[in-house]
Design a protein around this ligand. Structure first.
Ligand code: SF4
Length: 368
């Protein structure tokens, strides 16, 4: 059994018809329920639910306080290579883009790590493009060993691996995996991934599950809003997270809400996720899955992120650079996408504190 079988069950489901038949009463009933089913989740994602955002926000706020307290965890990304053999039409690192490419050697990774560690953040997220001749398992393992010297928690957002490969990284101290499906719609997936390993929809879809099977402590899923129909994507991503939570009780499952930003190559989105719907989706995720971690990155504008604090978000990136070598001044590469919240870590920390929330720099340390 894999999540693909659940997706298949919804293949003939008329989402548009369901959403257009949702009533105010349906939404209010779903908000009040303690345990929601998938139809309740759909109700909360419907346009009708936009009439009830205040009630949803109250419930989401209460559930977040109950499960996470008044806390926000911070993490910071490190990009080690922007070479990539894939052609994802929405990404600045797409093989076809004529950008400044950079691949950090181990010494350069250490220099970046030292620079990043000065911010005080203890959770780092390692990112790279997919170029297996350059980014070998050996290279990844060496990079993790270096990062573990400076950070309590190392997560990865890299190309999909096998279970044994995740296990090997886990043994060195990797505890989290972030992997976005980008779009759950198989046809669109095929259209936007022109070539390369990433073209394999099913292999990618099963990646979070391989991470959970390898025993990684956290697994974060996501859909890149802008590629497919918004409500359907939110629904199938939420169901994916729920599937993982129900099946892998020892894994903390998270969900992230990236929406397409400007990147090299000038990809234009067909489905624009506006701020109000973005908020609605966060609230729906929280009410449907009270214990799910919710991440919002620096793709989002500063004042918008500030307003999301009380609505269910549990994790923020801070002080991010999306270019390779970006934390050192000289010789940076092209960015993967544009950052919207360019505040320093100190500025984000003081904003969080000003809202009476506690900043979590470190909630975990794997002793290896
Ligand atoms: S999204 Fe990832 S796999 Fe696709 S081009 Fe960008 S870096 Fe490569």
């Amino acid at each position: 059994m894999s999540y693909y079988e659940i997706i298949k069950k919804f293949e003939g489901f008329d989402f548009d018809a369901y959403f257009s038949n949702v009533t105010d009463e349906d939404v209010l009933k779903s908000i009040q329920k303690e345990k929601l089913n998938h139809l309740d989740f759909l109700n909360l994602l419907s346009d009708k639910a936009k009439n009830h955002l205040e009630a949803m926000a109250r419930k989401a706020h209460m559930l977040t306080r109950q499960n996470f307290g008044r806390t926000i965890s911070l993490y910071i990304p490190i990009y080690v290579s922007n070479y990539c053999t894939n052609k994802c039409v929405y990404c600045g690192f797409n093989q076809e883009n004529n950008i400044k490419r950079k691949h950090l050697n181990l010494e350069e990774i250490e220099k970046e790590a030292i620079e990043i560690a000065k911010t005080g953040i203890k959770h780092i997220l390692l990112l790279t493009g997919e170029a297996k001749e350059l980014i070998t398992m050996e290279y990844l393992m060496d990079a993790v060993k270096i990062l573990k010297k400076y950070f309590a928690s190392v997560s990865i957002e890299i190309f999909p691996l096998e279970i044994e490969e995740y296990q090997a990284l886990k043994e060195l101290g990797v505890d989290g995996l972030t992997i976005y499906q980008e779009t759950y719609n198989e046809e669109i997936y095929d259209e936007v991934h022109l070539s390369g390993q990433k073209k394999n929809y099913l292999y990618r879809l099963n990646t979070p599950e391989r991470g959970a099977k390898a025993g990684l402590r956290t697994v974060t899923t996501g859909t890149l809003f802008g590629l497919g129909k918004l409500k359907e994507e939110a629904f199938l991503n939420g169901m994916h997270a729920k599937y993982l939570m129900d099946k892998y009780l020892g894994t903390e499952v998270g969900i992230s809400l990236p929406r397409i930003n400007n990147a090299e190559g000038g990809f234009q989105t067909k489905y624009q996720l506006d701020d109000k719907t973005f908020v609605q989706f966060i609230l729906a995720y929280r009410i449907f899955m009270p214990k799910v971690g919710i991440t919002v990155s620096t793709r989002e504008r500063a004042e918008f992120r500030d307003n999301l604090l009380k609505l269910g978000v549990t994790k923020f990136s801070a002080g991010s650079k999306t270019s390779v070598g970006g934390y050192q001044e000289e010789d940076k590469s092209t960015e993967q996408f544009e950052i919207s919240d360019s505040r320093s870590v100190e500025e984000i920390v003081s904003m969080i504190k000003s809202k009476n929330y506690q900043v979590i720099y470190k909630d975990w340390e794997l002793i290896v």
